[in-house]
Design a protein around this ligand. Structure first.
Ligand SMILES: [Zn+2]
Length: 463
């Protein structure tokens, strides 16, 4: 068993920034000490002077191989987790999907089989409930026991994933009783479908209309409704991919009342806008996701929410579809464009850029990208920090390097980058997953099958 010593770097966690040597053995962090003060023997020494030593990223929202609109997300668990590793993310929490009228367990087994033996880094699952009924409600506590302690419901996509308010309330009641966490896609899908139909009837078929019909008010309304239902049920609530400032305001108001209500946003809402959706020649399809990109004015309230802790987590909602052959399914009808975009490789870098730009501090970077997602989903302190006993998921990050994001150089299995040509200060240099080198000075040394399923405990986040 290899003993690894990382010397001389600035170790950054959500709590601290300290120059320290880090000793790793049997896949775990064993000890930290002031640089050069210990005579630790090691088989491998990694010099991290002038570099950051940070916990591997925890991306709590990915969709590898997701079936959507007659096609599949283009990253498999193999390609997607390899790209995650390249980007300094060492744990993903993906979504197993319950097929309508099937048990939750069948969906979980199907997703376990897709991931098993294929992942470069560790993975866990949330459960998408497509069908809340007596039998799936009874299954929820069993899923929690299996380490799948969060359940995603949709107020959008009628006829597909949609749950009505009664179903949502019932699932929240079970979550409240068992310690499970309800994750909500908060958009009023019934109203949106009316607006989609009316837009198409007017001949408004371009990608930019995707953003116009999925109105910020309909995100805010659904967010408000989800919060009230959670209050009635006595359960905590985690709202996924918050994009509208009006929705941030609903979360902030709930949190001001002391309610256990949490919000996630994604890099696309922080760095992109409806300007991208309006790009000509159908290029806007690259940026079709739900919730949709918003006008630029929404970015500042999202950054503020991340600073004030009205938003706690940045995940990617990584769900890539190639422009050629996949996004193109929606030429002439924006409602047929597969939703969502690639990002699992870019999240840690984009958020470091946010540090450079002054939006967030270094420790807040680690908090929203590593520590809080681990706490929120019952993985802390195994994941999300660098401390004795934690998994040795460690990234050596060069804060001075510059890179240009591009589909030419990224490792995600998709033919475009949502951030094409963007210059980033900072770059992942070396990545360890449970002590094993998966990226060694920008050479990939990992392999499919190293990544293991991580059963999760209950939500540990109370902040
Ligand atoms: Zn999603």
């Amino acid at each position: 068993m290899t003993r690894t010593l990382i010397t001389g770097g600035l170790v950054i966690t959500a709590a601290d920034e300290v120059h320290a040597d880090v000793l790793i053995e049997h896949g775990r962090v064993v000890a930290l000490a002031a640089p050069g003060t210990q005579e630790w023997a090691a088989d491998r020494v990694i010099d991290a002077s002038q570099k950051y030593v940070i916990p591997g990223g925890v991306d709590a929202h990915t969709h590898m191989e997701l079936p959507f609109g007659g096609t599949f997300a283009s990253d498999t668990f193999e390609t997607g987790t390899r790209a995650a590793a390249w980007g300094g993310t060492t744990t993903i929490v993906d979504f197993a999907v319950q097929a309508k009228s099937e048990p939750l367990r069948a969906g979980l087994d199907a997703w376990m089989a897709k991931a098993d033996g294929n992942c470069a880094v560790d993975y866990a699952f949330h459960m998408i409930m497509s069908d809340v009924n007596e039998s799936t409600l009874r299954e929820m506590p069993k899923l929690v026991e299996l380490g799948v302690s969060s359940f995603k419901l949709f107020m959008a996509y009628p006829g597909v994933f949609y749950s009505d308010d009664g179903q949502i309330l019932r699932a929240m009641q079970v979550a409240g009783d068992t310690g499970g966490l309800i994750m909500m896609h908060a958009e009023n899908g019934i109203a949106i479908d009316v607006l989609v139909e009316q837009a198409l009837a007017r001949g408004e078929t371009d990608p930019r209309y995707h953003g116009e019909v999925r109105k910020a008010l309909l995100e805010a309304e659904a967010t408000h409704r989800a919060i009230q239902l959670a209050r009635v049920a006595g359960s905590p609530l985690y709202v996924v991919h918050v994009s509208a400032q009006e929705a941030v305001a609903e979360l902030a108001a709930a949190r001001d009342m002391g309610l256990p209500v949490f919000g996630e946003t994604c890099p696309q809402y922080l760095f992109l806008s409806t300007d991208n959706l309006a790009e000509p020649d159908f290029e806007g399809a690259k940026y079709v996701c739900s919730t949709p990109l918003r006008p630029k004015e929404h970015q500042a309230p999202l950054w503020r929410g991340l600073r004030t802790n009205d938003l706690q987590v940045v995940s990617t909602d990584h769900c890539p579809f190639c422009f050629v052959g996949q996004k193109e399914l929606g030429r002439g009808d924006f409602s047929k464009i597969p939703n969502d975009l690639p990002g699992v490789e870019n999240r840690m870098d984009l958020l470091h850029q946010a540090v450079v730009d002054g939006h967030i501090s270094r420790r807040r970077w680690i908090e929203i990208a590593c520590a809080t997602p681990a706490r929120m989903f019952g993985l802390y302190p195994q994941k999300g920090t660098i401390a004795p006993g934690s998994d040795a998921d460690v990234v050596i990050y060069d804060p001075h390097a510059t890179q240009v994001l591009s589909a030419e150089t990224h490792h995600m299995n998709v033919d475009y980058s949502a951030y094409e040509g963007r210059t980033i200060t900072g770059q992942v240099e070396t990545v360890l997953s449970r002590g094993e080198l998966v990226v060694d000075q920008r050479k990939y040394t990992g392999h499919a099958g190293h990544g293991a399923f991580v059963p999760r405990g209950l939500c540990q986040y109370l902040g």
